[in-house]
Ligand binder design. Structure first.
Ligand code: SF4
Length: 138
């Protein structure tokens, strides 16, 4: 199978704090599958490390109040182009991220409060018919 994954789940240090979300279940997928890692926020032009962001009234905004929506949407569009080219059988994304979150994301108050809803990239991939799962549902 061809599987696209959030790069941080595959061990890339692309998280906002310079770390990763290495995941044992994702690592098990490395065996016998073609893995395509993507980090939409980095692909959109944001640096690592970076100030964390949330979706505030529909606009990706970092904790300093800077609008980073263009970077988020560029990253999502790039992820979609890769998915359209590669046609992955499955896409596994990191939970709760404002880009990659599939089922939940933070509510834009930077208080750690979760709401139902997807991140920018996950939403675009789902809307375009790709099979997207939250890593917690693997
Ligand atoms: S944008 Fe996605 S892949 Fe990149 S660090 Fe955040 S959760 Fe991981």
């Amino acid at each position: 199978m061809k599987i696209m994954v959030s790069a941080c789940l595959a061990g890339e240090n692309c998280k906002y704090n310079g770390g990763n979300n290495r995941n044992k279940k994702v690592e098990m997928l490395f065996d016998g599958n073609e893995i395509i890692p993507i980090c939409p926020e980095v692909m959109g032009g944001l640096p690592t490390p970076r100030v964390p962001s949330e979706i505030v009234h529909g606009i990706a905004t970092n904790k300093d109040g800077i609008n980073v929506d263009r970077e988020f949407r560029t990253g999502a569009e790039t992820a979609l182009k890769i998915a359209e080219r590669e046609q992955p059988d499955l896409i596994v994304l990191q939970s709760r991220s404002p880009s990659c979150g599939v089922k939940q994301r933070y509510d834009g108050t930077f208080t750690g409060t979760l709401i139902d809803g997807s991140g920018v990239t996950a939403e675009l991939l789902i809307r375009n018919g790709f099979r997207v799962v939250d890593v917690e549902d693997l």
